[in-house]
Design a protein around this ligand. Structure first.
Ligand code: HAM
Length: 436
């Protein structure tokens, strides 16, 4: 038996027809950000390891346990990006994007890599759509970012999800809270590794999912009970804006995000149909991140939405996505003369802007019509000896079975009138937001 290869463990692949749903969901998740004037940023898939250690935080699982790190040929330590925010900050700083006016608003999409234990919805190569808005601490910007994520989920038709938000405090109130939490954790029965973790960032322990740890944290002091007046005010303003935008949210004072850079507003979207891996998106403010990687004191807020999990959520709600047909016209040729003409006719249609495919390998009429049906095309373009003689083609409307003979010298005009959309435009994604 010949050797067979498999994709690496924990890496999802999307093949037709499901890949069309994947692309639809990914485009739907970025649609509100694109509508709101966010510019696209294409980032490297690997960066210096130190960027993630400093930016995301060495106490996080993401950095300490889950990074794919290797030494490159120049003896540098490189890591596949586990998330996008640190890379965006690095790029903004490196190219002085922040000098061109604030806030800088960017969006990105693509694969990220975390060596997690694979299970449904938890992958080692995961896909995110993210946004980062840098250089303003206006609470209206927090609300804008959260509403963009909510609109993205709503636009895809999702309803069975919850948005939780909290405030984690700032550089003014966090140090005092950190001390209070550390003192509390000293009274708990923690293993050495957890104690060491607490010393680096005690908030990480609040995020520990093990029941024996959670049982000891029932009375732990929470960040939201130790906010300074500015953080209180900021959070109240964010909540007020969200209400005015009609975004449904609940306050979860126990919410702790898995990355170290968060300050003030933090939020998470979770879907009720997904089981253990229910987080479909999350984000928050990171007001000290830019400075921590050597940049100016620029605040920021953003989110990452999980494309893989959002697709699972769409499927769990049984939403049928309005995915346009692959091709609009499918060419069926009968006989050698027609076959040699078919490719040029179909190419002519494609150049006119019509998505078109055709059958190959001299299939029978029956087999070719089956392919036409399977393609999802609305029209079959049929050509046999009679059509070749008459310099014409036959268009069959596959929904009504009505056939129309069209002369080749009138093809472009007929196609413009009958097949191309009147406005000839494609907005990228239909807005589907409706009130739940
Ligand atoms: P995150 O919460 O680590 O945040 O990831 C965002 C989303 O990515 C999650 O809510 C989830 O949907 C998806 N995701 C994460 N890990 C996996 C996995 N192993 N398999 C499948 N999906 C996964 C961030 O990455 C931050 N950079 C978000 C952010 C941007 N905060 C501020 N700006």
């Amino acid at each position: 038996m010949s050797e067979s290869y498999r994709a690496p463990k924990g890496v999802p692949e999307y093949l037709p027809p499901r890949s069309a749903a994947f692309v639809y969901v990914r485009d739907g998740l970025s649609y509100p950000a694109r509508q709101a004037g966010y510019g696209y940023i294409e980032l490297p898939v690997f960066e210096d390891t130190a960027l993630f250690e400093r930016g995301v935080g060495e106490s996080t699982d993401v950095v300490s346990k889950e990074m794919y790190t290797f030494t490159d040929r120049g003896d540098r330590s490189i890591s596949l990006r586990p998330e996008g925010t640190a890379g965006v900050m690095r790029a903004v700083l490196e190219h002085s994007v922040h000098r061109g006016g604030l806030p800088v608003k960017l969006w990105y999409q693509g694969p990220f890599f975390r060596a997690e234990r694979p299970q449904r919805g938890r992958y080692r190569q995961l896909q995110q759509v993210g946004v980062e808005a840098i250089g303003s601490d206006d609470p209206a910007l927090d609300a804008e970012v959260i509403a963009l994520a909510d609109d993205a989920f709503q636009g895809l038709g999702l309803r069975e999800y919850d948005l939780e938000i909290t405030s984690l405090g700032c550089s003014a109130c966090r140090p005092a809270y950190r001390e209070i939490l550390l003192q509390y954790l000293l009274t708990c029965d923690l293993d050495d590794a957890t104690r060491a973790r607490a010393a680096v960032n005690p908030l990480r322990v609040l995020d520990d999912k093990r029941p024996e740890i959670q049982a000891q944290l029932a009375d732990a002091p929470l960040p939201s009970s130790h906010l300074c007046a500015e953080c209180h005010q900021h959070f109240a303003a964010v909540c007020g804006y969200l209400d005015s935008l009609g975004v449904q949210w609940v306050n979860n004072p126990r919410l702790v995000r898995g990355l170290d850079y968060y300050t003030r507003t933090a939020f998470e979207f979770s879907h009720r149909g997904l089981g253990a891996q229910s987080g479909i998106g999350g984000g928050g403010r990171y007001d000290g991140l830019m400075e921590s990687i050597g940049g100016p004191a620029l605040t920021g807020i953003g989110f990452g939405l999980g494309v893989d999990r959002t697709l699972l959520a769409v499927e769990s709600e049984g939403i049928s996505l309005p995915i346009p047909a692959h091709v609009v016209v499918f060419g069926v040729a009968l006989g050698d003369r027609a076959r040699s003409r078919m490719l040029s006719t179909v190419t002519r249609l494609r150049r006119q802007g019509v998505a078109a495919d055709l059958s190959f390998d001299g299939r029978s009429m029956k087999a070719a019509m089956k392919s036409a049906d399977r393609s999802g095309a609305g029209w079959a373009l049929i050509m046999g000896d009679d059509e070749v003689e008459a310099d014409s083609v036959l268009f069959k409307d596959l929904a009504t079975a009505v056939q129309t003979s069209v002369r080749l010298d009138e093809l472009d005009q007929w196609v413009t009138e009958h097949i191309l959309a009147p406005d000839g435009t494609d907005s990228g994604q239909p807005p589907r937001r409706s009130t739940p």
